[in-house]
Design a protein around this ligand. Structure first.
Ligand code: NAP
Length: 258
C-alpha cells in the first residue's frame, strides 16, 4: 500500500524546481496532489500522473499575502477534493540587492509571498480541520503542515535581507503553530534546503566565484537537486513523523554542520 493513497496533499510553488519534485514524490506515494502556482502546471501534472498519483492544477498568485485569498484558495481546493491531509508551503521568491538599496516593493513582495501567504494557508487548512475536517478524517490520522524554510532561517545570507527575514520568520511561525496545534492532531514542521540547483539560485551558479565558494563549503561537494528535498517532505507529511513538532530540518549536503 502506498503511503498517500486516498490522501490529498496541497503543494504551493508546484510549477517547477523543488515544488515540482515534491509533487512527483507524493505522486509516487499515490496521493491526489493539488499543485498551486501562477504559471502552467501541465508538466508537473504529467510527472505526478506518470508517478502513479492524481493531479489537480490550481492557478493562484500568492504574492498578495492576503488572508482572504488564502482562505478562498483552500476553500476552492476543498470543494473539489473534500479534504486536505497535508499542506506543503513551498512557493517562494528571492530578490537580491545591497541592504542600503533594497526597495520597499521588493521587501513587501518577498515577505508577502514567503511569510504571510504560508501563515494564512496554514491558518485556513487548520481552521477547516478544527471545524469539522478532523471528524471526517480516518481515526487517528493527523493533519500535516510542512513549510519550506532555508539555510537563511539560521544564517544572514549576502544581499538578501528580505529573504532572510522571511525565512527566519517562517521557522518561527512553524514553532509557534506547532506549540498551539500539536494537541489538535496537527504536526507543523519545516524543511530547510541547502543550495539546490533551481531558478531561485541560477544567479549564484552564474557567478563563477560565488559558485566555487559555495561548492567549497558543502561536504557533499555538489549542488543539491530538487529530488534531494522531496523525500524529507514526504516523510514529514507521513505517519512516520507523528512525533515531529516544530522541527526545522536542514537537508543541505552538510553545509550547516561545517
Ligand atoms: P523556483 O524554482 O524559483 O520555484 C518557485 C516556485 O514558487 C515556482 O513554482 C513558482 O511558480 C512559485 N511561486 C513564486 N511566486 C509565486 C506566487 N506569487 N504565487 C504562486 N506561486 C509562486 O524556486 P525553488 O528553488 O524551487 O524554491 C522553492 C522553495 O524552496 C522556496 O520557498 C525557496 O525559498 C526555498 N529554498 C530554495 C533553495 C534553493 O537553493 N533553491 C534553498 C532554500 C530554500 P510560478 O512562478 O509559476 O508562480
Amino acid at each position: 500500500m502506498k503511503r498517500f493513497e486516498n490522501k490529498v496533499v496541497v503543494v504551493t510553488g508546484a510549477s517547477r524546481g523543488i515544488g515540482q519534485a515534491i509533487c512527483a514524490a507524493f505522486g509516487r506515494e499515490g496521493a491526489l496532489v493539488a499543485g498551486v502556482a501562477r504559471s502552467d502546471l501541465t508538466e508537473t501534472g504529467a510527472k505526478v500522473t506518470a508517478a502513479g498519483g492524481t493531479f489537480l492544477a490550481v492557478n493562484a498568485d500568492l504574492a498578495t499575502g492576503s488572508q482572504s485569498e488564502a482562505a478562498g484558495l483552500i476553500a476552492g481546493i476543498l470543494k473539489q477534493t473534500g479534504r486536505v491531509d497535508a499542506l506543503v508551503n513551498n512557493a517562494g521568491i528571492i530578490r537580491r540587492a545591497p541592504a542600503v538599496d533594497f526597495s520597499e516593493a521588493d521587501w513587501n513582495a518577498v515577505l508577502q509571498t514567503n511569510l504571510s501567504s504560508p501563515f494564512f494557508l496554514c491558518q485556513a487548512v487548520a481552521k477547516w480541520w478544527l471545524t469539522g475536517g478532523r471528524e471526517q478524517a480516518p481515526a487517528g490520522s493527523r493533519l500535516k503542515l510542512v513549510n519550506i524554510a532555508s539555510l537563511l532561517s539560521f544564517q544572514g545570507g549576502i544581499t538578501v535581507p528580505a529573504y532572510t527575514a522571511s525565512k527566519h520568520g517562517i521557522a518561527g511561525v512553524t514553532k509557534a503553530l506547532a506549540n498551539e496545534w500539536a494537541k489538535e492532531r496537527i504536526n507543523v514542521n519545516a524543511i530547510a534546503p541547502g543550495y539546490i540547483a533551481t531558478d531561485n539560485t541560477q544567479a549564484l551558479r552564474d557567478d563563477a566565484k560565488r559558485n566555487q565558494s559555495i561548492l567549497d563549503r558543502i561536504p557533499e561537494a555538489r549542488w543539491g537537486q530538487p529530488e534531494d528535498i522531496a523525500g524529507g517532505c514526504v516523510f514529514l507529511a507521513s505517519g512516520d513523523a507523528d512525533y515531529f513538532n516544530g522541527a526545522v530540518i536542514n537537508i543541505d549536503g552538510g553545509w550547516l554542520g561545517r
